[in-house]
Design a protein around this ligand. Structure first.
Ligand SMILES: Nc1ncnc2c1ncn2[C@@H]1O[C@H](COP(=O)(O)OP(=O)(O)O)[C@@H](O)[C@H]1O
Ligand SMILES: [Mg+2]
Length: 289
């Protein structure tokens, strides 16, 4: 079963065009939706999650018309919103059980709730109030509630924002297990999230899809075209006007720039080993299309 999005557009009442002719085909596995803040990621995810309407376009999950069958879609959907609020005084167990009731899970509810608490590694703290949970624990709880009812389509909106490296790793492991059997769409502004987890990706900015495909193919397409050079901060100012700089990183306190160029830019630039961050910035800065 595939999720097929065609010509989706949305302009908010304040005139912001949040989605502009979005076309995507998403198959089973982990799909990374990568874009800077304001790109339109949450708008797209809320639309797929049936919480918001668009001006035009279609979304199909297999044969199911998502936009016109919201009720049917919700039975197949697990959604973790970007701002996931919990009742601070309620225990993890009670909250998950409550959400299970709301989702209409009747038979096997106890087993489902207990199984999920174990799966996301919150069993030992199931009787603790959610208000005392760390960011990582809250996100794992968020995944547990999204997994209730064995959804076929799981949407997680910036789930790793605010997690420390250890929490992020545990969260990656959990997501990658889930992604083997169903469609998981993960949005993020963090390139590493996509690198670690996703077999397919899209880069979006200003409501438009700039790239869609495998991360590997994106890397191949810029191989040999990214050049790097370390320099002083003073030199950086000079280079800034002269070269298509795609990123500046500090390495041991010194700026190292990456530029995009079909052939060597001279000036002692070295060919860089390309990574997904180069892909991201070459697209965001409109250097390739
Ligand atoms: N309810 C809304 N009303 C008006 N503008 C909105 C609304 N939600 C989002 N936007 C605007 O739409 C654009 C895309 O936002 P969003 O989908 O939240 O992007 P992202 O999740 O990638 O940060 C932004 O310019 C944002 O300010
Ligand atoms: Mg967002």
């Amino acid at each position: 079963m595939q999720l097929i999005i065609k010509q989706l557009s949305k302009t908010y009442s304040n005139g912001v065009k949040a989605l502009s002719d979005v076309n995507l085909t998403i198959s089973k596995g982990m799909f990374g939706l990568l874009g800077p803040n304001g790109a339109g990621k949450s708008t797209l995810m809320r639309t797929i999650s049936t919480l918001q309407d668009v001006d035009s376009g279609t979304i199909f999950l297999g044969d199911l018309d998502v936009i016109n069958n919201k009720h049917e879609v919700r039975k197949l959907l697990g959604y973790l919103p970007q701002e996931f609020g919990v009742y601070p005084k309620v225990t993890a167990y009670d909250m998950l059980d409550h959400i299970a009731v709301l989702k209409g899970i009747q038979t096997g509810r106890k087993e489902a709730v207990e199984g999920l608490l174990q799966r996301v590694n919150l069993w030992d703290v199931r009787k603790k109030a959610l208000g005392g949970f760390s960011g990582g624990m809250k996100q794992r709880f968020g995944i547990a509630q999204a997994l209730l009812g064995e959804p076929k389509l799981i949407i997680v909106d910036e789930p790793t924002a605010g997690l420390d490296p250890g929490e992020r790793n545990r969260f990656y492991n959990l997501l990658s297990e889930i992604g083997e059997h169903v469609i998981v769409i993960l949005s993020t502004h963090i390139v590493d999230d996509v690198k670690e987890l996703c077999s397919q990706m899209a880069i979006i900015d200003k409501g438009r899809v700039l790239y869609a495909g495998a991360p590997d193919a994106a890397l191949s397409s810029i191989k040999g075209k990214i050049w790097e050079k370390s320099m002083t901060k003073q030199e950086l100012k000079e280079y800034d006007n002269q070269f298509p700089i795609i990123s500046t990183r500090m390495v041991s306190g010194q700026p190292k720039i990456h530029v995009y160029s079909n052939s060597t830019p001279g000036n002692n630039f070295q060919e860089a080993e390309v990574d997904l961050e180069d892909v991201f910035f070459t697209h965001i800065k409109g250097l390739i299309n």
